[in-house]
Structure formats: structure tokens, C-alpha cells
Design a protein around this ligand. Structure first.
Ligand SMILES: Cc1ncc(COP(=O)(O)O)c(C=O)c1O
Length: 279
């Protein structure tokens, strides 16, 4: 039985008393963070908290303070005996009237952790047939409004792939359903800028920093989504995947999996993690 944290205390997941009027449940009004747990420690905790507060400000939600949240996360990890895995912090608009207007109740805060899921060495991707709206009201915030990701991931699976990649409304590469995207062309690392509509992933930021550290030239630039198919190498990043090489795009194999630049960045990322768990 899993123990979770709900609104200030630990409780058995089966005994959770979440309002049927919760605005997160009814409208997707909420934000979240997924943090990887390594050696019992939530990795890159400060960066995740910074993004949580950024998303909270965007949606007009008040998250718990950093120290209170960390204590709650530690309590959940300890109650479930989890030293490797992931912990998810979700903050929603709380109980509200039925409809788009948020109520006056305090936000709902829910924390849950699970052990790690097995990950493939590489992943095939499919380009989603729907765009990411880089000008949308939620662009750049990590919200729980994930219906579009759910649908796109199901599309990818139906097409023999493990992740869907979105172009934005002007046809440029944006991101995956739960990942950022990088490609390597002529030895240069390319990834879409924030203006392309992608979430500024914690892992994305760290990869750009380790690239600078080991002398890999990196550019945050717009590229047409089709460039992914022509890349010398490509990979996705996320908290739980770190760097995961892309093996094929829409059924077309990439030439080098993992490519040499991807391998160097992976090694540098793991070395960073060995130096500090809160980079
Ligand atoms: C839409 C989206 N983009 C990118 C990412 C990668 O972000 P991070 O490296 O912070 O996990 C995620 C992670 O869940 C995501 O949901």
C-alpha cells in the first residue's frame, strides 16, 4: 500500500479524501513537478522548486514553502522505503464550483512516489499530427493539463514508437510529450528555444551546462521538425530518462545510436550527478 501526502499529512492512498469538486480533477487546473530520487535524495531539488514556483506564479497558485515541501517529500520517501525512483508533487486549484472559475479554497497539495520504471537504451519517436501552441496560455508552465500529451503518446504507441514529438504552430521542432528534444548536426548540439513553446526542462538546462563544460558547441535555435529525421544523432531528455538516444523518427532509423556527442554528454551528465545531487 502506498502512502501519500495530502494537504499536510501522510495517508494511505486508499484512504485519500480528495474532493470531487477539486479544480485539478475537473478542469486540469494545477501544476506539478516530477523529481528523480537517487540514493534517497530528490535530484536537482532547488531547480525543480524554482520551476514549481514559476508555474505557480503563471497560474496564480500559492505553492508550499521550499522547506515544508522538502520535509513532506522526505516523509513520503521514507514512509514508502523509496531510495531510487520518482516523486511527484501536484498542486491544484483546490475545491471549486463546477466550471472554469476557481473557488476560494486553498490549493490541494498531493505528493506521491513510486520506484523506478525500466527504461530502454534508445527510443523510437513519431511526430505528432497535432501542433504545440507556443502562444497558448499554458506554454512554458508545467501544468497538469496533459490531455494533449496523453493523446499524442497513444498516437506514438499506435505507430510503433515510444514518444511523440510535437512541432509548434509554425512547423518548428518543439518538444516531446514528457521530454525535451536535442539533435546534433555537424557536431553542433541544437535544441529549440523557450519561444518555440517547449517546457524549460531541468535536464535540458543541465545538458546545456555540461555541453559548455566539455566544449560541445550548443545552440538554442528554431529548426524545422523535419530536421530531426536528417540529424546525425538525436536524443530526448527528462528527469526520469536523463539523456535517451532517439533510434528512429517516423520509422526511419538514425545513423548513430547513441552518437558520439550524445555519449560524451551522457558521460558528462553522469559525472555531474556523481559530484552533486543538487546541481
Ligand atoms: C512537456 C514536457 N517537456 C519537457 C519535460 C522534461 O523536463 P524535465 O527535464 O524537467 O523533466 C517534461 C517532463 O516531464 C515535460 O512534461
Amino acid at each position: 500500500v502506498t502512502t501519500v501526502w495530502l494537504d499536510g499529512s501522510l495517508c494511505d492512498e486508499k484512504a485519500v479524501c480528495l474532493s470531487p469538486f477539486d479544480h485539478g480533477l475537473l478542469t486540469g487546473d494545477g501544476i506539478f513537478e516530477t523529481v528523480r530520487v537517487t540514493q534517497g535524495v530528490p535530484f536537482a531539488c532547488r531547480r525543480h522548486y524554482g520551476r514549481l514556483t514559476h508555474s505557480a506564479a503563471g497560474l496564480g497558485l500559492t505553492p508550499p514553502g521550499a522547506d515544508a515541501l522538502r520535509a513532506a517529500v522526505d516523509a513520503v520517501l521514507s514512509a514508502n522505503g523509496i531510495s531510487e525512483g520518482r516523486v511527484r508533487i501536484t498542486v491544484t486549484g483546490g475545491p471549486s464550483p463546477l466550471g472554469s472559475e476557481r473557488g476560494t479554497s486553498p490549493p490541494t497539495v498531493l505528493i506521491a512516489a513510486t520506484p523506478p520504471a525500466p527504461r530502454a537504451e534508445a527510443i523510437a519517436v513519431a511526430v505528432a499530427p497535432w501542433p504545440r501552441n507556443e502562444r497558448g496560455a499554458l506554454a512554458g508552465f508545467k501544468t497538469i493539463s496533459y490531455g494533449e500529451n496523453v493523446r499524442a503518446l497513444a498516437y506514438a504507441r499506435a505507430h510503433g514508437a515510444g514518444e511523440a514529438i510535437f512541432a509548434n504552430t509554425v512547423g518548428n521542432l518543439c518538444e516531446g510529450t514528457g521530454t525535451n528534444t536535442f539533435l546534433v548536426q555537424d557536431g553542433i548540439l541544437l535544441t529549440p528555444p523557450e519561444a518555440a513553446g517547449c517546457l524549460l526542462g531541468v535536464t535540458r538546462g543541465l545538458v546545456l551546462e555540461v555541453a559548455a563544460e566539455i566544449g560541445v558547441e550548443a545552440r538554442e535555435v528554431d529548426v524545422a521538425v523535419g530536421a530531426l529525421r536528417e540529424a546525425d544523432e538525436a536524443f530526448v531528455t527528462s528527469t526520469t530518462r536523463r539523456l535517451q538516444p532517439i533510434s528512429a523518427v517516423d520509422g526511419q532509423a538514425l545513423p548513430s545510436v547513441p552518437g558520439p556527442v550524445t555519449q560524451r554528454l551522457t558521460d558528462a551528465f553522469l559525472a555531474l550527478e556523481a559530484r552533486t545531487l543538487d546541481p
